[in-house]
Design a protein around this ligand. Structure first.
Ligand code: DC
Length: 232
């Protein structure tokens, strides 16, 4: 089964995707991390973010892998070409680079192929922007998760403080979120928009646990079975 969770940056997709995966015994795939990894490699190699052909070549050449830490059923480490970039892809520089890189049609084609290959191998919660519309239009459960830009900026600042990477300046983070919303929604290839059959959930002012419960029950209605306490 595929559970697609799409929505803008900072809506809580990662937290929700991991929790839902844990409850249902699914794996999860963070497609944003894949675009970030390609943006990191491109910036290391000095490739222009406007050069669609070179970016596509790069996305096809380097393998992106997700690795588990010991005792954790969910993958947390991201590697590109064997280099662990888990922390390096969360900087303000990559926040900026990833918009043009993820808008490159040849990068999208290469990564969508990889995402389909990974997701079809089992039960997955897949989070991104175009999962319900383009990558897995046949997904059994589709959720479009949103929250106000202000709430998302507050969450991103807290997350950056916890991680010790990225900007912790609220106004800067809010401006970046607004810039990325505009960019992601207006690009020509796979713009950010809810699938016609997606359930739209707004996490502003809601406990994230309510959202998690709602998605788990949507999945159960489609035949998923929650893991028992002892099975975890
Ligand atoms: O979810 P995130 O903020 O880590 O995503 C990073 C960037 O990648 C974001 O600017 C949008 C883009 N992205 C995309 O275009 N398609 C996806 N399926 C996932 C992310």
């Amino acid at each position: 089964m595929i559970i697609a969770i799409d929505g803008p940056s900072g809506a809580g997709k990662s937290t929700v995707a991991k929790a839902v995966a844990r409850e249902l015994g699914f794996s999860c795939l963070d497609t944003g991390a894949m675009y970030r990894a390609v943006a990191w490699r491109a910036s290391e190699d000095g490739i222009s973010f406007e050069d669609d052909a070179a970016l596509g070549e790069l996305a096809r050449t380097y393998d992106i892998d997700f690795k588990h830490e010991e005792g954790d059923p969910l993958p947390r480490r991201v590697l590109i070409g064997g280099v662990d970039v888990t922390d390096a892809i969360r900087t303000a520089e990559i926040d900026r680079a990833v918009s043009p890189v993820s808008a490159a049609p040849s990068v999208r084609a290469a990564l969508v192929d990889q995402q389909r290959r990974i997701g079809r191998a089992g039960d997955y919660v897949v989070e991104g922007r175009d999962i319900g519309t383009t990558v897995f239009p046949e997904a059994e459960v589709k959720v479009f998760l949103t929250a106000s830009a202000e709430e998302r900026a507050h969450r991103r600042v807290r997350q950056n403080v916890d991680r010790g990477v990225g900007s912790i300046d609220y106004d800067e983070v809010l401006a970046d979120i607004r810039r990325r919303d505009d960019y992601d929604s207006s690009r020509a290839t796979s713009p950010l928009r809810p699938a016609d059959d997606a359930v739209q959930l707004d996490s502003t002012g809601h406990y994230i646990e309510e959202i998690i419960r709602e998605i788990v029950s949507l999945a159960c209605a489609k035949g998923a079975a929650p893991e028992s306490e002892d099975a975890q």
